[in-house]
Design a protein around this ligand. Sequence first.
Ligand code: KIV
Ligand code: ZN
Length: 440
Amino acid sequence: MLKEPSKKYHSCQPINLSDRTWPNKKITIPPIWLSTDLRDGNQSLPNPMSIETKLIFFNELVRIGLKEIEIGFPSASEVEYRFARKLIEEGLIPSDVTPMVMTQAREDLIKKTVQSMKGAQRAILHIYNATAPTWRKIVFDMTVTEVIDLVGQKIKYLKSLTDQESETEWILQYSPEGFSDTELEIALMACNTAIESWEATPSRKIIINLPSTVENSTPNIFADRIEWMNRNIKKRDSIILSVHPHNDRGTAVATAELALLAGAERIEGCLFGNGERSGNCDLVILALNLYTQGIYPNLDFSNITEVARIVEECTKLPIHPRYPYVGDLVFTSFSGSHQDAIKKGFASQKENDFWSVPYLSTDPKDLGRSEKNIIRINSQSGKGGIAYLLEQNYGIVMPREVQIEFSNEVKRITDSSQSEITSLELYQLFQKKYATTLPH
Ligand code: KIV
Ligand code: ZN
């Protein structure tokens, strides 16, 4: 690593928006959700999903409650095209779910993408082009005028095709790729051109999707950018403002939350944060962050372990044990003082009370998580945790003096083994020491 990284890396530049309003706002309703698990999530896998696997994932997304699902990039691969056709021809898309398909701004690809949705009741066509200077200069060698003209021409072309397919309700989504790196005035020009070219109206809205293709700033700066766009964009009543945060700095969820405060209405992301490089915004964390603020997210994670199992099976990517809400260890305490507080918290928590158990942000039961693993015993644990386990699992209520004596014994054992002791082992030890009778 460099001792002077400032010679290699730019710092993010604040936006001149001294009358920003988002810091004083509060999220009160859930956003419109779009899952890009089957597109951005799939593009980022070492082994992309087969049609069969995509279908399992698609059905799970529908079950969870996603109403907008990006199903793929049909012009980029035959599998993606066939998957789109299968969903439509076999009637596998529920009437309240809208599929989205992505295309680059090239006429042959646009045509194939429109064809891939033929016969759909409703479809979102997602067209994008890179607007950020690094891409303009290094990748495409295009001037700003050329980039903006491309948006206008290709959206008009797309519209000419969809106008001929009136059996489908077509919705357009435009993304200026690299928005987080693009000069705001240029991003605005590109988006306004898309809005005009699609002839968006309040009853025929366009989705303007602003990606942090590469996350490059603190979330407050992204929020300022969204508030600025929200204020300056044309025909605000004819657009749905969406964001698509990536997680290069590990702050995609925070970026999405602040973007909602700043005026975004729709969030794109993947379950458990899968996606390019360090991932897309994690829809599960975001939804459950809302839930634990008292807002029902319209997504059902009441059996989160089963959702995780399906996602791991489809993506072949494991979920870390410390991953918020879902990781195996996130509701587990080993530390004695934590266990003691949790034990008291559970004892004082009544059925209809607001949730208030120390060290637990969420009631594990709400997510279908077992309360069994909340307390686990190792050398860091104390008498409270040991007493809790014996009482919960074996109905043994120890007087305080016995708790102290028995926990000293347990500590001696776990200190020397340097490993966890299970609830059954605790029980056997207790039984041996105090000669109690095993229940039948
Ligand atoms: O990250 C991105 O910019 C995307 C599209 C929205 C172009 O995946
Ligand atoms: Zn992306």
